[in-house]
Ligand binder design. Structure first.
Ligand code: ATP
Ligand code: MG
Ligand code: MG
Ligand code: MG
Length: 513
């Protein structure tokens, strides 16, 4: 079908809202207020977590939305895949549907099948279904009920496959709501069934996962402990970009109307060699095309995160994505931050209809982009000569992201001082943590540095300090969170940030009033 992404998104929302009586709810902010377990909202269900855990009553029995999601850290981290494959983004839209203690598996599978095969008219033989095959050490049985349901809906037996914890037991993070799931994969390359079924969940572009139906039944308390939830719920999430690529008959998500206008804008503005869709990282064209994809991806993420109030100074992941975008636009397209300003304008133009906050907060986005570019330029100017000397000695370090340079320079100096005074090859966790908190030196960069020097680090102590810091950051910002909760309570709505943002405004300290 030649449908636009806009039509495809609307069809999903309409199907659940009109034909199956789900209430349409807005996307929450990507900044997860009041949840210390998350860096960014990574799935549509995040805003409903209190409902699943039995801590809040649902406002609706059924809900549907399109949620802004970011996966650059924690359990779900796709940052390193971006641009290297055609279907993992830092930011993506998740089309979601929910039943809160209302209908369960059978109806959920049946609705999904109806939408895909009748509304989107996908031929059933192009779809593959996975279900949870059980886990002995956790005492979890295979979900045979799920398999039977799909058979009863008419899915061919050789299109239904069991998988284990990694693929078919969905978890929000290290702790939190979770449950067995059933997923739908599409055979994009029209391969024979016998071959296509072997490629499900193998990380290839030919057969790609599009939709996850989670049967919420547990709360993960710790590594070995799952607690049963007070009630059962349905939580589904489908990646809009992947669905659109499939329905528009494109190999890659970047070839759809969600990304091509951004790629075109980079080309128009920079006037260089046009995008050719190559993924061959050994060739110059492939590397340039990767740079195009990276900018298209990162400009969406940066615009959304900044518009939702994430700040690069206390969010190292966001700063890293911003710096990677700045380095890429300079290196491959010879452009300064004005390119990113222009791209964020296009992102707001393209998505502002669905997420009005993008247009509303665009001036903040631009201000922060300019600000970050100034700091970054300063850093690079100061580090110039010292950095070349270090790279001469350890060329491996030049492969690390540029944003790590200031931390590596300071780190090398401080580590040498420390070793001289302590006489030990083992770096204390607190020094490692200090380098992280004052210079943004990431664990993987430090690891490489000490390896090259033949030293090591007290990692357990480092990790403990990291965990402590995460909790205390949340406590410091809890004043803002509690004023938001208060505001939400006075409005008699669930404490999700979007309801607050629409009726309240923030004062200078970031508190809602
Ligand atoms: P994958 O196995 O491809 O990494 P996932 O199993 O991690 O995906 P889920 O957590 O099940 O993904 O999320 C539900 C849906 O969201 C996926 O089926 C997919 O369509 C979409 N999705 C997940 N991660 C991304 C991403 N980084 N970029 C775009 N879409 C994504
Ligand atoms: Mg994943
Ligand atoms: Mg998966
Ligand atoms: Mg999945």
């Amino acid at each position: 079908s030649g449908s636009s992404s806009k039509e495809i998104r609307e069809k999903f929302l309409d199907f659940f809202a009109k034909e199956h009586l789900h209430s349409r709810v807005p996307s929450s902010s990507v900044v997860p207020y009041g949840d210390p377990s998350l860096a960014f909202v990574n799935a549509g269900m995040n805003q409903f977590k209190p409902i699943f855990l039995g801590q809040a009553a649902p406002q609706h029995q059924r809900a549907v939305n399109s949620q802004k999601c970011i996966r650059v850290g924690g359990k779900h981290n796709d940052l390193d895949d971006v641009g290297r494959d055609g279907y993992h983004h830092t930011f993506f839209e998740m089309l979601g549907s929910w039943s809160f203690n209302d209908y369960f598996k059978k109806e959920a599978c049946s609705m999904a099948w109806q939408l895909l095969t009748q509304v989107y008219r996908i031929p059933p033989q192009k779809l593959f279904i996975t279900y949870f095959g059980g886990n002995q050490s956790l005492g979890l049985p295979s979900d045979e009920e799920c398999r039977e349901i799909w058979l009863s809906l008419g899915v061919a037996a050789d299109h239904i496959l069991p998988f284990g914890m990694k693929d078919n037991f969905w978890e929000m993070g290290l702790v939190g709501p979770c449950g067995p799931c059933s997923e739908i994969h599409v055979n994009k390359a029209n391969l024979e069934t016998s071959l296509a079924r072997t490629l499900v969940n193998q990380g290839t572009e030919e057969v790609v996962e599009i939709w996850n139906l989670v049967f919420m039944q547990y709360n993960r308390i710790s590594n070995q402990v799952l607690e049963k939830l007070p009630a059962h719920h349905i939580d589904t999430g489908m990646g809009l970009e992947r669905l659109v690529a499939f329905l528009q008959n494109k190999n890659s998500n970047y070839d759809t109307d969600l990304f091509l206008p951004l790629i075109d804008a980079v080309h128009q503005i920079s006037g260089g060699v046009p995008y050719q869709g190559s993924y061959d990282m050994q060739s110059a064209q492939g590397q340039r095309d990767w740079a195009y994809r990276l900018l298209a991806d990162h400009s969406r993420m940066i615009t959304v995160a900044l518009a939702d109030g994430a700040f690069p100074d206390n969010n190292h992941r966001l700063r890293r994505v911003m710096r990677q975008a700045m380095v890429t636009s300079r290196k491959w397209f010879n452009q300064d931050a004005s390119l990113l300003l222009e791209l964020s304008q296009r992102v707001a133009d393209m998505m502002g209809g669905v997420y009005p906050e993008l247009s509303r907060n665009l001036s903040n986005v631009h201000m922060l982009l300019r600000f970050e570019e100034d700091i970054f330029r300063d850093h690079l100017a100061k580090s110039g000569r010292e950095w070349s000397a270090i790279v001469n000695q350890f060329p491996e370090l030049s492969a690390l992201p540029t944003d790590q340079q200031p931390g590596l320079i300071a780190g090398l100096r401080q580590l040498e001082d420390w070793r001289r005074s302590s006489g030990s090859d083992k770096i204390s966790g607190s020094l490692a943590f200090k380098l992280y908190s004052t210079h943004g030196l990431q664990e993987d960069s430090l690891q490489l540095l000490v390896q090259l020097k033949g030293w090591n680090v007290d990692w357990p102590q480092f990790h403990q300090l990291m965990a402590d810091e995460r909790m205390s950051t949340k406590i410091q910002s809890s004043a803002a969170v509690s004023s938001q909760f208060q505001c939400a309570t006075s409005l008699k709505v669930a404490p999700t940030v979007w309801q607050c943002q629409d009726v309240c405004s923030r004062n200078a300290e970031g508190h809602y009033t």
